[in-house]
Each structure stands twice: as structure tokens, then as C-alpha cells.
Design a binder for this molecule. Structure first.
Ligand code: PMP
Length: 428
């Protein structure tokens, strides 16, 4: 295990270093939206454009082969990172593009009238809207696993909702609103028992928990680079080799063909088959660097640190009257047989202050330079299910500090007090 050297980690994030200098230092708790980037990622991007820029996979001159080599090395890094083979890794522009690719390609081809696609009520719209459209076009139906009051998906929900009609289960590994860690492996086992496939949306887990395609037994798995310290505009779709082999490409264009004739064409094998057009080579190179960064810090160290912060944040919010926290009251749950506790919450904490609009809370925090997000977080069905129109969300990353959490908490307390004062004043 690695020791976590907070100062050394912080020093690698230039935006945070600068943000801490001001009169109102930046408290960045919007990491579920995007994380900041360490020096190694920034220099990988710059290095690529300064020293290795050429279109990958096409030219034979040295610069082009160097670019191709960097791109394929990045793919190798991503494959090792999730425990897959190189040809099972498709680079996309992000989790959204990856999930759309699975829905519009595998889903379009395999869904039939009467089939069911099982989602959780907590899916991000990017793992909901593509399935909604494909299900509509194919006469299939969406079925939702409902989280309980602690933000967990109970086993009984899985047993009750997954059955012979289930062709696909597409679930988040970690909810971007509740921070809940969902039982992806349990869902995978259930859907596999009926011959269906499991799609894991790991956009919110990959910065906090190791993501391994075999451990989750995922058939498809998607995540973005920018929420795990990598660049925007790049992400990964993992697909099991047998599934990718039979899949129609979604985008057609350069770099993905075997041969093209006037009336028909034959496509290259995966992964090139699914990467039409000039890829984001710099992005892939930067993402590979972010993966190395995370592995170097070590998931055990990340988890230990974030767990302490999330407990502090939850305890602080629980101590404030009129604050409702959604989902798990703790970052971990005990295991019945005395084994290691399992993470129940990662990264995100959503809450509401009674009587105060979530957007007003976020605006009050913004005046203290505390960055959180308010709204439905691209998960409207969930927020409605929680009985809210919007929630306020604080989300952690490995570089957050105890001081960040404390400044956030006092900002929430002030916001609450100021709003009550305004309400009192308006009544006189
Ligand atoms: N799934 C989840 C759970 C997310 O939180 C997000 C981003 N908020 C996405 C998918 C989509 O990621 P991107 O916007 O990077 O494509």
C-alpha cells in the first residue's frame, strides 16, 4: 500500500494551487462533473501536440508511426487498467458516446418486441435516453430497479425485475447523485442467468474504485476520461470480444474499413471498426497518463482518504437541522460474515436544505467560492423519485482536504441562516 502524501498530490494540480491563493480560496467540490488535471496529464497533452502530432493509423512516415504507436500504447494502458484485451478497448469521446454506441448498435440489433431493458432509477440520462429511444423503436420496454431509502438496490429488486424477458441490464456502478455503489456484479449474475448482457456505466466509479471488467462480469463498460483526472473529449468503451465482433458500427467514415466499393463496404475488425474518423490521440495519451497517475497514488490510498472526507462531510451535514441527505448515511457498510466493509458511497453527496431552493444554496456557496452543483444532475427520474425538483451535490476527489469539507459545511450553515433571516425580514 502507498502512503498518501497530500501536499505532494495537491502540488500536482496547478489550477488548485492557483485557486488556493485568492482571498476566497477555491473549494472545489464539483468533481462528479469533472475533475482537475495533474501536471503529468497536462504535459502529456502538450508533449503530444508539440512533438508527436500526426494523424494516427494512416501515414507510414516516422511522425505518423510515432503517433500511431502512442495511440496504441494508450489503448494497451486502458486495457490493462480495466483487465481487458487491447482489441476490446474502443476509444470514444466519452461515456455518453460509448453508451450510445452500445444502445444503437448492439441494442438495435438484438432487442425484439416484448424484450425488457433493466436500468436503475438512478441512471444518468446518457444511460437512459439511448435505451428509451432504442426500446421505443424496437417495441421493447424499460424496467427500473428502485433504490431504497439508503440509496441501495436491494437484492429483492434484482430478483423481482430481472427475468426471462431481460435482454439488457444497463446500470451505473456509482450513482452521480446518490454516490451509491450499486451491486453491478449481482445484476450481472442475474441477467446472465437469463442469457442477457450487462452494461456497466463506470463514469462515476473509476476515479474512486478499481474497475475490472472480469470482477464486474460486464459485457460492456463505459467511462469518461475527464472525471478521472484525464482530459475532456475522450473515453473508453470496453466490449467483450465476441460481442464487438458481431456488432455493426454506429459511425462510418475514415479509418474503420477493410474495403469500400460503390454499393457496399466491408469493415475492419474491432476496435478500429468503431473508431470512424480522426481519433482524439492527444486525449487518449492524456487519459493513459491519468490512469498511471491514479495507479501510482493507489486506489487503497484514494479510498482511505476519500472515505474519511465523506464521513466528515456526512457527519457535518447530519448535525445541521433542516438538512436532508439523500442515500447512504455512511461511506461504508459492514459485511455480515465479518469480512472487510464494503464501500456504499463514493464521491457524491446530494442534499436539500428544507425551505431553501437547491439552486439558492449553490448560489450562496458560490459567493464563498465553494463549487458545488445544483439541479437534477442529468438524472431527472431519480430526483423526482426522491421527491425533489433539484438537489445540491458536493462531490469529492483525492485532492480534497478536511479544510475544504469544513469550509463547505460552514458555507451551508451560513446560507441556511441568511435565507431564514431574509424570510423573517420579508414577513415584517
Ligand atoms: N454516466 C454517469 C453516471 C455520469 O455521471 C456521467 C457524467 N455526468 C455520464 C455518464 C456521462 O459522461 P460524459 O458527460 O463525460 O459523457
Amino acid at each position: 500500500a502507498h502512503a498518501f502524501d497530500l501536499d505532494a498530490v495537491l502540488a500536482q494540480f496547478p489550477l488548485l494551487v492557483a485557486g488556493r491563493r485568492g482571498e476566497k480560496p477555491l473549494v472545489y467540490l464539483d468533481n462528479a462533473a469533472t475533475t482537475h488535471k495533474p501536471e503529468c496529464v497536462l504535459s502529456a497533452l502538450e508533449y503530444y501536440y508539440r512533438c508527436a502530432n500526426a494523424n494516427a493509423g494512416r501515414g507510414v512516415y516516422p511522425l505518423a508511426t510515432a503517433s500511431t504507436k502512442l495511440y496504441e500504447e494508450a489503448r494497451r494502458t486502458a486495457a490493462l487498467f480495466v483487465g481487458a484485451a487491447d482489441d476490446e478497448i474502443v476509444f470514444t469521446s466519452g461515456a455518453t458516446a460509448a453508451l450510445n454506441l452500445v444502445a444503437y448498435s448492439w441494442g438495435m440489433e438484438h432487442l425484439q418486441p416484448g424484450d425488457e431493458v433493466v436500468l436503475t432509477m438512478a441512471e444518468h440520462h446518457s444511460n437512459l435516453l439511448p435505451w428509451q429511444q432504442v426500446a421505443r423503436l424496437k417495441g421493447a420496454k424499460l424496467v427500473y430497479l428502485l433504490p431504497d431509502a439508503q440509496g441501495r438496490i436491494p437484492d429483492e429488486e434484482i430478483d423481482a425485475k430481472i427475468g426471462p424477458r431481460t435482454k439488457i441490464a444497463a446500470v451505473a456502478h456509482v450513482s452521480n447523485v446518490l454516490g451509491s455503489v450499486f451491486p453491478v456484479r449481482r445484476v450481472a449474475d442475474a441477467v446472465h442467468a437469463y442469457g442477457g448482457v450487462l452494461v456497466a456505466d463506470c463514469a462515476q466509479s473509476v476515479a474512486h474504485l478499481p474497475v475490472d471488467v472480469r470482477a464486474l462480469d460486464a459485457d460492456f463498460l463505459a467511462f469518461s476520461g475527464h472525471k478521472m483526472y484525464g482530459p475532456m473529449g475522450v473515453g473508453v468503451l470496453y466490449g467483450r470480444r465476441e460481442l464487438l465482433a458481431g456488432m455493426e458500427p454506429l459511425l462510418r467514415g475514415g479509418g474503420m474499413i477493410e474495403s469500400v466499393f460503390e454499393q457496399h463496404a466491408a469493415f475492419a475488425d474491432a476496435p478500429a471498426r468503431f473508431e470512424a474518423g480522426t481519433p482524439n490521440v492527444a486525449g487518449a495519451v492524456g487519459l493513459a497518463e491519468a490512469m498511471r497517475f491514479l495507479l501510482e497514488v493507489g486506489y487503497d490510498a484514494v479510498r482511505a482518504r476519500e472515505r474519511r472526507l465523506v464521513e466528515r462531510l456526512l457527519a457535518g451535514l447530519a448535525a445541521l437541522p433542516d438538512v436532508r441527505v439523500h442515500g447512504a448515511p455512511h461511506g461504508e457498510v459492514g459485511v455480515a460474515d465479518g469480512g472487510a466493509p464494503e464501500p456504499s458511497r463514493c464521491g457524491a453527496v446530494s442534499f436539500n436544505v428544507r425551505g431553501v431552493d437547491a439552486n439558492d444554496v449553490a448560489a450562496a456557496l458560490a459567493r464563498d467560492n465553494v463549487a458545488v452543483r445544483a439541479g437534477a444532475h442529468c438524472a431527472e427520474p431519480l430526483v423526482r423519485y426522491l421527491g425533489e425538483r433539484a438537489t445540491c451535490r458536493a462531490s469529492l476527489a483525492l485532492y480534497n482536504t478536511e479544510e475544504d469539507v469544513d469550509r463547505f459545511l460552514s458555507s451551508v450553515e451560513n446560507a441556511k441562516r441568511n435565507v431564514s433571516r431574509m424570510i423573517m425580514a420579508s414577513m415584517h
